[in-house]
Design a protein around this ligand. Sequence first.
Ligand SMILES: [Zn+2]
Length: 242
Amino acid sequence: MILEEMTTVEVEAALAKCRSVIVPLGVMEAHGPHLPLATDTIQAYDAARRAAQLVDVFVAPPVPYGYCRSLSGHPGTIAISAETVRSLTRDLLASLYSQGFRNLILYSGHASALQMAALEEAAEAVLPSCPEANVAVVLEYDVLRKRMAGIIETPGDMHAGEIETSRLLAIRPELVRRDRLPPASDRESARPILARDVKRYWPSSVLGDPRKSSEEKGRRLGQIVAEYLAELVQRMEQWQPH
Ligand SMILES: [Zn+2]
């Protein structure tokens, strides 16, 4: 059930039978010369929509902005602060709860530690005021990392590499610039020193090997995340809030 495409009458009727919702979260962030800036948003929304084909669940409109620091110097990266992520997430959860949703899944396509911390902090903050809610915070990369053996060949593949390029080839192939697939790349960091010019340390914005990607790998990864989300919805529906 795609919330943004439904009418208020349809939502009211559907809420009588289903109180679970997935909120996909992404970011506008450089993903090499070959993938669109909204890659994480596209992945998260697709995973949620596929899950909705396996189990009854609402899918909220995706949040297209998130916290991003390491690629903030690349053209097109448009970031919001962790504070804004927290406020936005708290407001969304409170509003969904007030509408009657009880199983709330925050599903992030964006693997920033600070973004994930902001989501978790926001979710923790609403628990006391939403006593009947079950809230889950899920990172797509974590789901895949534990389940992608035998599919993904590149050790440490994480950003705009084999995983994400495969995912996009399966979801929106027309958005993948196949003639610009860059070679495998790593990243450096000045840490623990905080550099101002972060682009200097990760000019490629790729961590992994895009040239090992394939549509078939992306299809299998898409199936894994959809099944994971569908099982999580079922588990949360049995879960007694505590
Ligand atoms: Zn990404």
